[in-house]
Design a protein around this ligand. Sequence first.
Ligand SMILES: C[S@@+](CC[C@H](N)C(=O)[O-])C[C@H]1O[C@@H](n2cnc3c(N)ncnc32)[C@H](O)[C@@H]1O
Length: 384
Amino acid sequence: MTPSPTAEIQQLIAAAGDTPRALRQAVDTVGPARAAELALAEIRTRLNTPSNPHPIRVGLRIEHDGYDTATDTTLTLTAGLPAEFAEGLHPECQVRVVYRLKDLVRELWGPDLARTAGTRRIELATAHDTEFPSRELQPSIAAATSTLIDALDPRSPDLGALALRHGSDKWGQTHWFTPHYERHFAPLRNAPVRILEIGVGGYADTDSGGGSLKMWRRYFHRGTVFGLDWFDKSALDGPRLQILRGDQNDPAQLDALAREHGPFDIIIDDGSHVNEHVRTSFTALFPHLRPGGFYVIEDLWTSYLPGYGGDDQDLNAPHTMIGLLKSLIDDLHHEERDRAEGSAPTQTEAFLTGMHVYHNIAFLEKGVNAEGGIPRWMPRAPHW
Ligand SMILES: C[S@@+](CC[C@H](N)C(=O)[O-])C[C@H]1O[C@@H](n2cnc3c(N)ncnc32)[C@H](O)[C@@H]1O
């Protein structure tokens, strides 16, 4: 059976954080030409829109170290236009970037080691020519080279900039969520995380949406991103990004998809925002979150909207999202209360270890909630 691109990339991602021998074995297994092809597909997803006013041809040579072969590609970059990729090195490339395949795999998918140089050769075509490049062209050559190099760098722009670049509404206009995400997710950036976001976006329009999924893919350069939607959004499938179809209000479907693709390090609910749906998804998916992971619920404002099953009159209504969050505070402290004889802690009592609630967004942290309650010998009332 042919391995899926996801399986091949995950093999390379794992090896990119491992020993040279493990990396060599992974490249051997995937095959050097195929590994280079997957690297090029990754680079396509990461390239920013070029800013060089003069069209520039940048050659990218990926040397299959140990095999005596190479994958050559020419990128034509022009301000405001999508990059064009062509096989082979065009004889008139103004600059060539040369990588050894294993270095490139480490650079794209390995942990960010904050390297600044030393894994690639950069050859200005003019270094071999006698002619000095025209002053007019020099800034464009620099900008085009930088567009490619930026795409290879594991460090991405901050999440606010990424949200704007990919058309995610998590920053700007109505939501200001990205600093909260950055605060909680930054420690996970070097990990090969699995992320599930409920709600791809674009509703029935099969080609639109996916802005946040693309933002997560760039932010977590070793991650695999899954998007779940009621509508068919499979047109957005791509490297490290898999679209799933289903109803967030159907526990059996959620359990099945999580068994197949989970456990997840991060689950984000940005789907229908109907209170009942949010609660169903949380109950079904929280057990499929890894310890140390986060379950995020966006758009808490619909908790107060009767049209979404919310309630703006009874602030203690138990069926709303805010009602759920309030009850979770009690679950977090379950060890401080007497438990009914023989009853076992619930999922959230046993595994919810932290809650961070901001305006319109909540981060729920998973772990082992068993520090032990305050001992019985501690006075149960003020004793002074
Ligand atoms: C607000 S948009 C998601 C935006 C996206 N998360 C982003 O940040 O780019 C909501 C999406 O949820 C989907 N949706 C609505 N009800 C759903 C349900 N019951 N199950 C799964 N998806 C649903 C809609 O089709 C829509 O595409």
